[in-house]
Design a protein around this ligand. Structure first.
Ligand code: MN
Ligand code: MN
Length: 325
């Protein structure tokens, strides 16, 4: 697999593997992966979705993909806790950003994002995406769940099960309600972890309960620990194809302040790593990490945290893909 990562430098003609060179050098792709010429020879594609047009509060997540790429250049390959080397299991490339020529038009942009992912899934390539606001999960699921509903492991402070807001049914607090309504997610195989925060209405909680969605609120998480959340997530998601989504605001704002809708009393970065490692063996068909907002992240730590959690998700996707054969 190492040979696949070798590229010819356009100036010197030398063969080299970008990840073996210093992270501060050259143009930052995700974890210094190559840019593919097309989709035919890759297994997992990093995709940026530079869009925050459906954020309800503070924006800036449109700049997430670029800063996550930059922060990711310091990351290394072999997972010290699990021993997994995703680069030995898969051909991983940075497929660039979703093109958004109609970014001011919400409905057109949903179609543009879904349309970008359809050739990726048609080619059998597993997408690992960086947002963007959390609304991007809906068009991604439109492409990934074309053959029927999938399970969802959703790590977030928020339910994202609201209905309309500011006159629109489509925003980053409603995408999973829309996905359940459209048959993209099986609500009985959906688990939400890290939930907390007051609401102005009960409609999200009502929808969750009425559709049998399993919510692990932060109080339960503190009570049963990471191990309890892992056990429950595995039980709910089961053995079928499952999507993984991580809203960075699931973390306590001490660890991830650079996000639009922070909620205190959240999970720690180490708990998040343990949680993700505990999901090994689930049949993940794609994943995203959303809501990193660089303008709200002057230290850059939120982008680094997002990139590092994406590495854990990459390990999960590479193992799941290998298990499917
Ligand atoms: Mn969210
Ligand atoms: Mn959230």
């Amino acid at each position: 697999m190492k040979d696949w990562y070798e590229r010819t430098h356009p100036v010197t003609g030398e063969r080299y593997v970008a990840r073996d060179e210093p992270g501060y050098a050259d143009i930052p792709t995700f974890m210094r992966c190559p840019r593919p010429d097309d989709l035919t020879e890759i297994d997992i594609a990093f995709v940026g979705v530079p869009y925050d047009g459906q954020a309800t509060e503070r924006v800036g997540a449109r700049q997430g993909p670029r800063e996550i790429r930059n922060a990711s250049t310091v990351l290394r390959a072999i997972n010290h806790a699990t021993g997994v080397d995703p680069f030995a299991l898969s051909r991983i490339a940075d497929a660039g950003d979703v093109r958004l020529p109609r970014a001011f038009d919400v409905m057109a942009t949903i179609e543009d994002i879904a349309g970008f992912y359809r050739p990726i899934t048609a080619a059998g390539v597993v997408p690992l995406s960086a947002g963007g606001d959390h609304s991007i999960s809906y068009p991604i699921l439109k492409a990934l769940a074309e053959d029927g509903p999938v399970g969802l492991v959703d790590i977030d402070a928020h339910l994202d099960l609201w209905d309309s807001y500011l006159g629109s049914r489509y925003h980053h607090g409603s995408q999973f309600r829309r996905a359940v309504e459209d048959g993209l997610i099986d609500p009985n195989r959906m688990v939400q972890i890290g939930l907390r925060g007051a609401q102005n209405t009960r409609e999200g909680w009502d929808f969750q309960r009425e559709h049998g969605i399993r919510g692990i609120y932060i109080e339960e998480f503190r009570e049963t620990g990471v191990a309890g959340a892992i056990q429950e997530a595995r039980r709910i998601a089961g053995e079928g194809p499952t999507y993984l989504t991580f809203d960075i605001d699931a973390l306590d704002p001490v660890f991830a302040p650079g996000t639009g809708t922070p909620e205190i009393g959240g999970i720690t970065t180490f708990e998040a790593q343990q949680l993700l490692r505990g999901l090994r063996g689930l049949d993940f068909i794609g994943a995203d990490l959303v809501e990193v907002s660089p303008p709200l992240d002057p230290s850059g730590n939120t982008a680094l945290t997002g990139a590092t959690l994406m590495y854990e998700m990459l390990c999960l996707l590479a193992e799941a893909r290998a298990a499917r054969g």
